[in-house]
Structures are given as C-alpha cells and as structure tokens.
Design a binder for this molecule. Sequence first.
Ligand SMILES: *Cc1c(COP(=O)(O)O)cnc(C)c1O
Length: 445
Amino acid sequence: MRAYRAKVVEPIHLPDRDEREANLESAGYNVFNLDAEDVFIDLLTDSGTGTMSDEQWAAMMRGDEAYAGSDSFKRLQESVDDVMGFEKIVPAHQGRGAENVLYGVLISEGDYVPNNTHFDTTRAHIVNNGGKPVDCPIDVDAEDEESFKGNLDPDKVRELADNVGAENIPALVVTITNNSMAGQPVSVENIREARDVADEIDATFVIDACRFAENAYFVQQREDEFSDASVADIAREELSYADAIVMSGKKDALSNIGGFVGVRDESLFEATKQRGILYEGFTTYGGLAGRDLEAMAVGLREAVTESYIEDRVEQVAELGDLLQEAGVPIFAPTGGHAVYVDAEEFLPEIPREEFPGQVLTCELYREGGVRGVELGEFAFPGEDRPQLVRLCLPRRSYFRDHLVHIAESFEKVAERRDELTGLEVVAEPEMEELRHFSAELEPVE
Ligand SMILES: *Cc1c(COP(=O)(O)O)cnc(C)c1O
C-alpha cells in the first residue's frame, strides 16, 4: 500500500500515435534522442528521477550555502552516521565523482579490483585510475530459485589472488544491490564472507551502497536471521562490515543529485578529502549546493523507513507480475529497481544483429509512449550477452494505472509481432562503447 499521497503533481502527456511515430523517426529510432516531454511514462533510469518528499523540499529551504563549514554538511554527516554508520564522509557531485575520489586513492597502475559485478561507471573509474576490474559473481541462471542472485563468489576472488598476487589487489568491492545483475540482492552472509576474503588478502573492503536500502529490504524478506529485524537495523548491519562505501544520492538517498564516500581509516580519510578538493570541491560541499546536501540528509532517513521501502520494492515486483500475466518474459524474481525483459524471447524472429531489444524499446514507445532502455547488442556491441530491455521505476512517482498501461503496451506490441522488422545503425559516434546514447538507426528494408 502506498504510504504517501500526491501534494505536487506534474502533468504528463501521451502524444497521439502519428506524433509518436514521427518522434521515433526524428529520434533515429533511439529513445535517448526523444524529448522528455514527448514521453508518457519514463522508465529510462531510476537515477535522480524520483519524487522528493515534502520534508526534503522543506529542508532544502534551510540549505546553508557557506563554502566551508556549512550546517547542511553537518546534517548530512549526522544522517549518514545514523543511517549507514559512517562518520567520516567526503561529499561528491554524484556517485561517479565519489568513485573517482575513492578509487583514485586506493588504486595504482596494474592493480586488480574484484567486484560481484562492476557497474559501468565503477568499471570506467577503475580503468581510468590504472586498475583492472574483474567480475566475480556467483553463477546463476534466470530460472534458478536462489534468493540472492547478486552475490559475490568468494572463491573467484581467492583464485584471482592466487593468479595475480594478493598484493596487487588493493580493494575488494561488493555492489548492493547488484545493478548490472538485474538489481539482484546480496545476502548479509555473503557480505560477511567477502569481509573474510578481504582480510585474507589484506584488501580494503568497499561496498557500493547505491541501493543499500533496497538490499536491506530483500535481506529482511529472504534471509532467516533477519526476518524480525527492521530495515534500518539491517542497513547498518550490512554496511558495518565495510571499510569504505561509495554512494550515489540519486538512488537510495531519494535525491535528484549528489553522492559521497564514507571511510573509517583516518589516513584514507585525509587522502580522500584531498582528492575530493581537487575534483569535487571543498570537503563540506563536494560540488553540491547546500540544499542538495539537505535533500540527501532527509532522503537517507526516509529510504530505510519500512513503509517507504516495502512500497518501493513491491512496486517493482507488481510491474513484474503484470508483465508476466501479459505473457512478457522477464528476469525473475525481479530486483530492487527495475524489471528486465528478455527481448529475444519476446521477438524471436528478429536476429541479434538487428537488435531485438532496440526494436522492442522503439515499439514500446510507438504503442504506449513508454520509454525503457535496451541493454544488449546495441548498447554492448559484440559482447555475448542476453538481449534485454530494462524498465526502471523512478521512486515514488508512478501509480498502478501506469503499470497497467505499460503491460497493455507490451500486449499491443505482441499483437503486431509478425509485422516487425529489425533495425540497422546508420550513424554512430567514434566510441562504439558510447553508441547507444546517440547513434541513429533505421528499419531494415
Ligand atoms: C548509479 C550508480 C553509480 C554511479 O552513480 P551516479 O550518481 O550515476 O554517478 C555507481 N554504482 C552503482 C551501482 C550505481 O547504480
């Protein structure tokens, strides 16, 4: 049950079918090129796109815009300490800024950094700082019953240490929830195992805490030891094992911008503060306005309230259920922030080289004005991956009617399945890795 009601509303508009078709064509069949006002339901990302509470907006009016020693920073510090158990923090403009600050200090040329699965920006910042990111997920299939499909395989980390030498692994990272693995959760038991491995190889244990509250909710629902614990207590417990955290305020701090690093060690704190000043801004604002610090301070506390987090994660599950009832193949069980649709199974006639995920993404817009994002051959050329369409739910923003509309849009695409043709790329930027943000496509003749 939604434990909130609307107090401020933003009208949204469904362009008629002719307009949607014209928009698709002028966007080069790439939904990144659509104007947001032409999108009816926007599921492109859950990053910074959610709805803030009245308390967050009220706190923003108290933003202290002092360059140094801002009160707003103190309130953020107190909130991070209460909610996440880290007293020493370095603010940053968003999660990737925090990653640059921390990994720039921890990593040297030629180092290896294992992670359950590296998120894109994490991978990029580790490479940018001279390191080699190594994914060490447990082996799971979409069909498996495993409750914690986001877990790290500690033996893969030990194997890596045997191969490259523990002294070349300065940090071990666990990402909760595992964004690149369909937003699947990580168990506290697995976090404890990761802590043990980090000790064995003498590495700094980092938790990418972007979705720490969603992860804590899954732990409460699925890990026996924690079935009677509050989400707030679980959140502190899961982070208590880490030496450092990186956080994007755009996720579980329920804000539109922001991020921070949290550390325990005094000398690591000094080093991250210096690097923070260099790249982000003075240590009490980190590239943010005081009001942004306030929004995060309040948002973090709201993220671990039972009524908020249950509604959040269960709404994603609700979308998954509606899609399954409509015959749409999804990655199950759903994760914390998004539903992932298997486009190859949904559109079996479209070969991989003609981007079934991108075709489905475009058709979803054509039928319903809904914007998702392709994660398959178009986004990751030449990588042998499943062809997925990701539907992220912004926090506290949509209602059941919207979810029903999304499922109905899929049904309409299914009715026209046999008429659909593939797409080909007709213009792309120099860096193939970035092509899904701006490339243009056309239907194959
Ligand atoms: C979003 C995200 C980041 C980066 O955060 P930004 O605020 O987008 O820069 C890092 N790690 C994970 C797991 C994320 O989901």
